[in-house]
Design a protein around this ligand. Sequence first.
Ligand code: SAM
Length: 278
Amino acid sequence: MSIYHQDDTATLLLGDAIEQMCTLPDGSVNCIVTSPPYYGLRNYGTAGQYGLEESPAAYVETMRQVFTEARRVLADDGTLWLNLGDSYVCSPKGSESATSGLDGRSNHLTTPAGSGGKNGGGLAAKQLIGIPWRVAFALQDDGWILRNEIIWSKPNAMPEPVRDRQSKTHEHLFMFAKSPRNWYEKDPKCRGDVWSLATRPYPAAHFAVFPIDLPLRCITAGCKPGGTVLDPFSGSGTTGAAARQLGRGYVGIDLNPAYHDLAKDRFAQGVLDFGEAS
Ligand SMILES: C[S@@+](CC[C@H](N)C(=O)[O-])C[C@H]1O[C@@H](n2cnc3c(N)ncnc32)[C@H](O)[C@@H]1O
């Protein structure tokens, strides 16, 4: 276990998500809320990063391995909230490359190594790959119980410069349970499975973080009071900030110490959000 920071409610572990989770005891967290690197979206500049696999199948296999270890660490009545964006196969000329905005949060695109464009693993160019559902089916095959497909609708999504399809304005948030009897705090407002949440830019991180409202909702519904929340792709610590606000413990893992520093500053300053959406 490589502890980068620890205080009375939060622990930040530095290193690879699978390797660090391997050091956590069975059933030691009550809820997992996370947004892994999306397929082919960006280069975080860190050796060992996920998301640059050479095909969708290879990416799905990476995610399957991550969530196999996460499942061991999760309590039997715990839940996993998995935020994933989709990807388009690049055309050879790259006509889709500036447009896919895989997570809808950025148009900064990275090409998987050696693929000459976003590799669809045999799919025709310009095709929507269906990454979130491919990962969801793999997790189902591994024993996860898929309980919800929540659509995160972004009212302020930037229009994509495309002329032959609709612009993408949503991402997926899957809720999985480890066993048929998961702990759950029913939403008194019955908000249903389409959540309209504006994205919030966070220039300090050079990547878009999810709005804190998203982990706030997941943790309120899926983590018992006093429990512990894990984010194996902690980034700037948005899940950790939400966990602190709700009085839950937090374990965050990331490869990049600079992102943990952002999270530490955020925790110390009580910065839970980054102001109004633009
Ligand atoms: C989409 S960002 C997460 C953003 C986060 N939700 C936030 O609010 O800031 C994905 C994160 O995964 C990290 N990452 C990439 N590959 C990793 C790996 N193999 N193990 C652990 N972290 C990894 C990146 O450094 C990045 O911070």
